[in-house]
Design a protein around this ligand. Structure first.
Ligand code: PBG
Length: 337
Protein backbone atom coordinates (compact mmCIF):
# COMPACT_ATOMS: atom_id res chain seq x y z
CA UNK A 1 0.00 0.00 0.00
CA UNK A 2 2.77 2.36 0.80
CA UNK A 3 5.00 1.39 -2.05
CA UNK A 4 6.19 4.13 -4.30
CA UNK A 5 4.47 2.97 -7.47
CA UNK A 6 1.14 3.00 -5.73
CA UNK A 7 1.69 6.48 -4.34
CA UNK A 8 2.53 7.72 -7.80
CA UNK A 9 -0.61 6.05 -9.12
CA UNK A 10 -2.77 7.74 -6.53
CA UNK A 11 -1.50 11.12 -7.49
CA UNK A 12 -1.01 10.93 -11.19
CA UNK A 13 -3.72 8.34 -11.84
CA UNK A 14 -6.28 11.05 -11.23
CA UNK A 15 -4.31 13.67 -13.00
CA UNK A 16 -3.26 12.26 -16.29
CA UNK A 17 -3.31 15.33 -18.47
CA UNK A 18 -2.71 13.18 -21.52
CA UNK A 19 -6.16 11.52 -21.33
CA UNK A 20 -7.75 14.58 -22.90
CA UNK A 21 -5.04 14.76 -25.50
CA UNK A 22 -5.23 11.16 -26.65
CA UNK A 23 -7.19 11.59 -29.87
CA UNK A 24 -8.21 14.24 -32.32
CA UNK A 25 -11.81 14.11 -31.05
CA UNK A 26 -10.84 14.60 -27.38
CA UNK A 27 -8.57 17.45 -28.32
CA UNK A 28 -11.31 19.11 -30.28
CA UNK A 29 -13.75 18.55 -27.41
CA UNK A 30 -11.59 20.32 -24.83
CA UNK A 31 -10.17 23.04 -27.09
CA UNK A 32 -10.59 26.38 -25.36
CA UNK A 33 -10.04 28.79 -28.22
CA UNK A 34 -10.50 28.86 -31.94
CA UNK A 35 -9.50 31.17 -34.72
CA UNK A 36 -12.24 32.03 -37.18
CA UNK A 37 -12.50 34.37 -40.12
CA UNK A 38 -14.50 36.74 -37.89
CA UNK A 39 -11.31 37.43 -35.96
CA UNK A 40 -9.45 38.90 -38.91
CA UNK A 41 -8.91 42.51 -39.89
CA UNK A 42 -6.87 42.96 -43.04
CA UNK A 43 -4.49 45.98 -43.21
CA UNK A 44 -3.93 47.16 -46.79
CA UNK A 45 -1.66 49.71 -48.44
CA UNK A 46 -3.14 52.08 -50.99
CA UNK A 47 -1.26 53.92 -53.76
CA UNK A 48 -2.37 56.64 -56.19
CA UNK A 49 -3.26 55.87 -59.82
CA UNK A 50 -5.21 53.06 -61.39
CA UNK A 51 -4.75 49.41 -62.18
CA UNK A 52 -1.49 49.02 -60.34
CA UNK A 53 -0.28 46.48 -57.80
CA UNK A 54 3.22 46.75 -56.36
CA UNK A 55 4.90 44.26 -54.06
CA UNK A 56 6.38 45.42 -50.76
CA UNK A 57 9.91 44.03 -50.74
CA UNK A 58 10.23 43.53 -46.99
CA UNK A 59 6.82 41.87 -46.78
CA UNK A 60 6.70 39.02 -49.30
CA UNK A 61 3.11 38.40 -50.34
CA UNK A 62 1.94 41.90 -49.39
CA UNK A 63 1.10 44.46 -52.08
CA UNK A 64 0.36 48.12 -52.37
CA UNK A 65 -2.55 48.74 -54.68
CA UNK A 66 -4.51 51.47 -56.39
CA UNK A 67 -8.08 52.18 -55.33
CA UNK A 68 -9.68 50.18 -58.17
CA UNK A 69 -7.56 47.15 -57.23
CA UNK A 70 -8.40 47.70 -53.58
CA UNK A 71 -12.09 47.52 -54.42
CA UNK A 72 -11.53 44.13 -56.08
CA UNK A 73 -9.50 42.95 -53.10
CA UNK A 74 -12.16 44.16 -50.67
CA UNK A 75 -14.79 42.18 -52.58
CA UNK A 76 -12.65 39.09 -52.30
CA UNK A 77 -12.11 39.72 -48.59
CA UNK A 78 -15.84 40.16 -48.02
CA UNK A 79 -16.58 36.96 -49.94
CA UNK A 80 -14.17 35.12 -47.68
CA UNK A 81 -16.01 36.53 -44.66
CA UNK A 82 -13.37 38.98 -43.40
CA UNK A 83 -15.31 41.56 -41.37
CA UNK A 84 -13.15 44.61 -41.95
CA UNK A 85 -10.12 46.11 -43.63
CA UNK A 86 -7.82 48.85 -42.40
CA UNK A 87 -6.30 51.17 -44.97
CA UNK A 88 -2.91 52.93 -45.04
CA UNK A 89 -1.95 55.35 -47.81
CA UNK A 90 1.36 55.78 -49.58
CA UNK A 91 0.91 59.23 -51.11
CA UNK A 92 3.20 61.08 -53.51
CA UNK A 93 6.26 62.61 -51.87
CA UNK A 94 5.46 66.09 -53.16
CA UNK A 95 2.13 66.01 -51.30
CA UNK A 96 3.85 65.50 -47.96
CA UNK A 97 4.63 68.56 -45.87
CA UNK A 98 5.57 69.72 -42.38
CA UNK A 99 2.03 69.60 -41.01
CA UNK A 100 0.66 66.71 -43.03
CA UNK A 101 -1.93 68.98 -44.58
CA UNK A 102 -3.04 66.37 -47.13
CA UNK A 103 -4.82 64.54 -44.31
CA UNK A 104 -7.34 67.41 -44.35
CA UNK A 105 -8.23 67.03 -47.99
CA UNK A 106 -11.71 65.57 -48.37
CA UNK A 107 -10.63 63.89 -51.59
CA UNK A 108 -7.30 62.55 -50.41
CA UNK A 109 -6.23 59.02 -51.26
CA UNK A 110 -7.53 57.45 -48.09
CA UNK A 111 -10.94 59.10 -48.31
CA UNK A 112 -11.20 58.14 -51.99
CA UNK A 113 -10.41 54.56 -51.05
CA UNK A 114 -13.01 54.51 -48.29
CA UNK A 115 -15.74 55.96 -50.49
CA UNK A 116 -14.98 53.58 -53.35
CA UNK A 117 -14.92 50.48 -51.18
CA UNK A 118 -18.08 51.44 -49.27
CA UNK A 119 -19.89 52.02 -52.55
CA UNK A 120 -18.87 48.71 -54.12
CA UNK A 121 -18.69 46.53 -51.01
CA UNK A 122 -20.99 48.10 -48.43
CA UNK A 123 -20.86 45.12 -46.10
CA UNK A 124 -17.18 45.21 -45.30
CA UNK A 125 -16.13 47.40 -42.38
CA UNK A 126 -13.74 50.23 -43.22
CA UNK A 127 -11.28 51.17 -40.52
CA UNK A 128 -9.23 54.28 -41.15
CA UNK A 129 -6.10 55.31 -39.33
CA UNK A 130 -5.73 58.88 -38.19
CA UNK A 131 -2.13 59.79 -37.73
CA UNK A 132 -0.05 62.19 -39.72
CA UNK A 133 2.87 59.94 -40.59
CA UNK A 134 1.79 59.06 -44.15
CA UNK A 135 1.27 62.77 -44.84
CA UNK A 136 4.27 64.50 -43.24
CA UNK A 137 7.64 65.23 -44.79
CA UNK A 138 9.32 64.09 -41.53
CA UNK A 139 7.46 60.81 -40.99
CA UNK A 140 6.20 61.68 -37.54
CA UNK A 141 2.60 61.04 -36.44
CA UNK A 142 2.10 64.62 -35.27
CA UNK A 143 3.02 68.19 -36.06
CA UNK A 144 6.74 68.74 -35.51
CA UNK A 145 7.82 72.14 -34.24
CA UNK A 146 11.30 72.99 -32.98
CA UNK A 147 12.05 69.32 -32.58
CA UNK A 148 8.90 68.65 -30.55
CA UNK A 149 5.74 66.81 -31.56
CA UNK A 150 3.09 69.26 -30.43
CA UNK A 151 0.18 67.52 -28.76
CA UNK A 152 -2.87 69.74 -28.77
CA UNK A 153 -2.52 71.12 -32.28
CA UNK A 154 -2.06 67.58 -33.54
CA UNK A 155 -5.22 66.52 -31.71
CA UNK A 156 -7.09 69.35 -33.34
CA UNK A 157 -5.85 68.30 -36.76
CA UNK A 158 -6.53 64.58 -36.45
CA UNK A 159 -9.95 65.36 -35.02
CA UNK A 160 -10.87 67.27 -38.16
CA UNK A 161 -9.37 64.51 -40.29
CA UNK A 162 -11.40 61.89 -38.41
CA UNK A 163 -14.64 63.70 -39.20
CA UNK A 164 -13.69 63.85 -42.88
CA UNK A 165 -12.91 60.15 -42.87
CA UNK A 166 -16.32 59.48 -41.35
CA UNK A 167 -17.90 61.76 -43.98
CA UNK A 168 -16.22 59.60 -46.64
CA UNK A 169 -17.84 56.52 -45.13
CA UNK A 170 -15.39 55.14 -42.57
CA UNK A 171 -17.11 52.87 -40.05
CA UNK A 172 -14.40 52.92 -37.43
CA UNK A 173 -11.78 55.57 -36.80
CA UNK A 174 -8.48 54.26 -35.49
CA UNK A 175 -6.43 57.06 -33.96
CA UNK A 176 -2.84 55.86 -33.96
CA UNK A 177 -0.74 58.89 -33.13
CA UNK A 178 -0.82 58.46 -29.33
CA UNK A 179 -1.47 62.14 -28.56
CA UNK A 180 -3.05 62.80 -25.18
CA UNK A 181 -6.73 63.60 -25.21
CA UNK A 182 -7.38 62.54 -28.79
CA UNK A 183 -10.09 59.98 -28.13
CA UNK A 184 -12.36 62.40 -26.27
CA UNK A 185 -11.84 65.12 -28.85
CA UNK A 186 -12.58 62.80 -31.76
CA UNK A 187 -15.65 61.33 -30.05
CA UNK A 188 -17.07 64.81 -29.45
CA UNK A 189 -16.39 65.94 -32.98
CA UNK A 190 -17.86 62.81 -34.54
CA UNK A 191 -21.02 63.20 -32.47
CA UNK A 192 -21.31 66.87 -33.31
CA UNK A 193 -21.08 65.99 -37.01
CA UNK A 194 -23.84 63.41 -36.73
CA UNK A 195 -21.52 60.40 -36.76
CA UNK A 196 -22.76 58.85 -33.52
CA UNK A 197 -22.51 55.39 -35.02
CA UNK A 198 -18.94 55.71 -36.19
CA UNK A 199 -16.83 53.79 -33.70
CA UNK A 200 -13.38 54.45 -32.30
CA UNK A 201 -10.79 51.72 -32.15
CA UNK A 202 -8.03 53.29 -30.16
CA UNK A 203 -4.45 52.31 -30.77
CA UNK A 204 -4.49 52.51 -27.01
CA UNK A 205 -1.14 51.03 -26.33
CA UNK A 206 1.27 51.52 -29.11
CA UNK A 207 4.84 50.80 -28.21
CA UNK A 208 8.01 52.48 -29.44
CA UNK A 209 8.93 49.25 -31.18
CA UNK A 210 11.54 48.05 -33.63
CA UNK A 211 8.91 45.95 -35.39
CA UNK A 212 7.54 48.66 -37.71
CA UNK A 213 10.37 48.75 -40.27
CA UNK A 214 8.66 47.01 -43.22
CA UNK A 215 5.52 49.15 -42.78
CA UNK A 216 7.63 52.27 -43.08
CA UNK A 217 8.99 50.89 -46.33
CA UNK A 218 5.45 50.11 -47.51
CA UNK A 219 4.27 53.70 -47.06
CA UNK A 220 7.70 55.24 -47.78
CA UNK A 221 8.18 56.97 -44.43
CA UNK A 222 11.27 55.08 -43.28
CA UNK A 223 13.76 57.29 -45.07
CA UNK A 224 11.96 60.42 -43.90
CA UNK A 225 11.76 59.78 -40.19
CA UNK A 226 13.90 62.11 -38.14
CA UNK A 227 14.68 60.78 -34.69
CA UNK A 228 12.30 58.32 -33.08
CA UNK A 229 8.79 58.20 -31.64
CA UNK A 230 9.72 57.70 -28.00
CA UNK A 231 8.09 60.93 -26.83
CA UNK A 232 4.65 59.68 -27.78
CA UNK A 233 4.68 55.86 -28.02
CA UNK A 234 4.89 53.70 -24.88
CA UNK A 235 8.27 52.37 -23.71
CA UNK A 236 8.38 48.60 -24.38
CA UNK A 237 9.51 48.18 -20.76
CA UNK A 238 6.25 49.53 -19.35
CA UNK A 239 3.12 47.45 -18.81
CA UNK A 240 1.39 49.35 -16.03
CA UNK A 241 1.82 52.64 -17.87
CA UNK A 242 0.23 51.04 -20.93
CA UNK A 243 -2.81 50.05 -18.87
CA UNK A 244 -3.09 53.60 -17.48
CA UNK A 245 -2.89 55.01 -20.99
CA UNK A 246 -5.65 52.67 -22.15
CA UNK A 247 -7.77 53.63 -19.11
CA UNK A 248 -7.82 57.23 -20.33
CA UNK A 249 -8.98 56.12 -23.77
CA UNK A 250 -11.74 54.06 -22.20
CA UNK A 251 -12.86 57.04 -20.12
CA UNK A 252 -12.78 59.27 -23.18
CA UNK A 253 -15.08 56.96 -25.10
CA UNK A 254 -13.07 54.35 -27.04
CA UNK A 255 -15.27 51.49 -28.26
CA UNK A 256 -12.40 49.08 -28.81
CA UNK A 257 -8.78 48.93 -27.80
CA UNK A 258 -5.77 47.89 -29.78
CA UNK A 259 -2.38 46.64 -28.71
CA UNK A 260 0.53 47.09 -31.08
CA UNK A 261 2.78 45.26 -31.84
CA UNK A 262 1.12 41.94 -31.08
CA UNK A 263 3.09 38.88 -30.13
CA UNK A 264 5.73 40.45 -27.86
CA UNK A 265 2.90 42.26 -26.03
CA UNK A 266 0.42 39.45 -25.29
CA UNK A 267 0.58 40.31 -21.59
CA UNK A 268 -0.80 43.76 -22.42
CA UNK A 269 -3.65 42.20 -24.43
CA UNK A 270 -4.56 40.10 -21.42
CA UNK A 271 -4.27 42.97 -18.96
CA UNK A 272 -6.45 45.28 -21.04
CA UNK A 273 -9.11 42.61 -21.48
CA UNK A 274 -9.12 41.90 -17.74
CA UNK A 275 -9.12 45.56 -16.77
CA UNK A 276 -11.78 46.94 -19.10
CA UNK A 277 -13.72 44.13 -20.76
CA UNK A 278 -13.84 46.13 -24.00
CA UNK A 279 -13.13 44.37 -27.28
CA UNK A 280 -9.35 44.12 -27.59
CA UNK A 281 -7.51 43.77 -30.89
CA UNK A 282 -3.85 43.06 -31.47
CA UNK A 283 -1.97 44.41 -34.45
CA UNK A 284 0.44 41.75 -35.65
CA UNK A 285 2.67 44.32 -37.29
CA UNK A 286 4.84 44.32 -40.37
CA UNK A 287 8.02 43.18 -38.62
CA UNK A 288 6.23 40.24 -37.08
CA UNK A 289 4.91 39.28 -40.49
CA UNK A 290 8.33 39.69 -42.10
CA UNK A 291 10.03 37.50 -39.47
CA UNK A 292 7.66 34.62 -40.10
CA UNK A 293 8.00 34.99 -43.86
CA UNK A 294 11.80 35.21 -43.75
CA UNK A 295 12.23 32.16 -41.54
CA UNK A 296 9.76 30.20 -43.66
CA UNK A 297 11.50 31.22 -46.88
CA UNK A 298 14.73 29.84 -45.47
CA UNK A 299 13.05 26.58 -44.59
CA UNK A 300 13.70 27.20 -40.88
CA UNK A 301 10.05 27.05 -39.81
CA UNK A 302 6.82 25.81 -41.28
CA UNK A 303 5.39 29.22 -42.15
CA UNK A 304 1.76 28.17 -42.41
CA UNK A 305 1.82 26.32 -39.13
CA UNK A 306 3.49 29.22 -37.30
CA UNK A 307 1.07 31.71 -38.85
CA UNK A 308 -1.96 29.76 -37.61
CA UNK A 309 -0.43 29.15 -34.19
CA UNK A 310 0.49 32.78 -33.63
CA UNK A 311 -2.97 34.00 -34.56
CA UNK A 312 -4.61 31.44 -32.29
CA UNK A 313 -2.36 32.56 -29.44
CA UNK A 314 -3.81 36.07 -29.74
CA UNK A 315 -7.23 34.56 -29.04
CA UNK A 316 -5.90 32.69 -26.02
CA UNK A 317 -4.42 35.95 -24.74
CA UNK A 318 -7.88 37.52 -24.68
CA UNK A 319 -7.99 39.25 -28.05
CA UNK A 320 -11.27 39.55 -29.90
CA UNK A 321 -9.48 39.87 -33.19
CA UNK A 322 -6.20 40.53 -34.93
CA UNK A 323 -5.09 43.00 -37.56
CA UNK A 324 -2.88 40.79 -39.67
CA UNK A 325 -1.21 40.92 -43.08
CA UNK A 326 -1.85 37.18 -43.12
CA UNK A 327 -5.63 37.77 -43.04
CA UNK A 328 -6.35 36.71 -46.63
CA UNK A 329 -4.10 33.64 -46.46
CA UNK A 330 -5.70 32.59 -43.19
CA UNK A 331 -9.23 33.20 -44.48
CA UNK A 332 -8.51 31.03 -47.53
CA UNK A 333 -7.06 28.28 -45.36
CA UNK A 334 -10.02 28.39 -42.98
CA UNK A 335 -12.45 28.27 -45.91
CA UNK A 336 -10.81 25.04 -47.09
CA UNK A 337 -10.94 23.26 -43.73
C1 PBG B 1 2.01 55.09 -37.36
C2 PBG B 1 1.82 53.66 -37.75
C3 PBG B 1 2.75 52.64 -37.54
C4 PBG B 1 2.22 51.48 -38.09
C5 PBG B 1 0.95 51.80 -38.56
N1 PBG B 1 0.72 53.15 -38.36
C6 PBG B 1 4.02 52.69 -36.79
C7 PBG B 1 5.09 53.56 -37.25
O1 PBG B 1 5.39 53.66 -38.44
O2 PBG B 1 5.67 54.16 -36.35
C8 PBG B 1 2.91 50.17 -38.10
C9 PBG B 1 2.21 49.02 -38.70
C10 PBG B 1 3.07 47.87 -39.02
O3 PBG B 1 4.28 47.86 -38.70
O4 PBG B 1 2.55 46.93 -39.60
N2 PBG B 1 0.85 55.81 -37.18
Amino acid sequence: MTDKTHAVDLITGHRRMRRNRKADWTRRMVRENALTVDDLIWPVFVIPGTNRIEPVAAMPGVNRMTVDKLVEAAKEAADLGIPAIATFPNIEMDLRDETGSNILLAENLINQATAAVKKAVPDIGMITDVALDPFTSHGHDGILRDGVIVNDETVDLVTRAAVMQADAGADIIAPSEMMDGRIGAIRQALDAAGHQNVGIMSYATKFASGHYGPYREAISTGGLLKGDKKTYYVDPANGTEAVRDAALDVEEGADMLMVKPGLPYLDICWRLKEAFGLPVFAYQVSGEYAMVKAAAANGWIDGEKVMMEQLLCFKRAGCDGILSYFAMDVARLLAKS
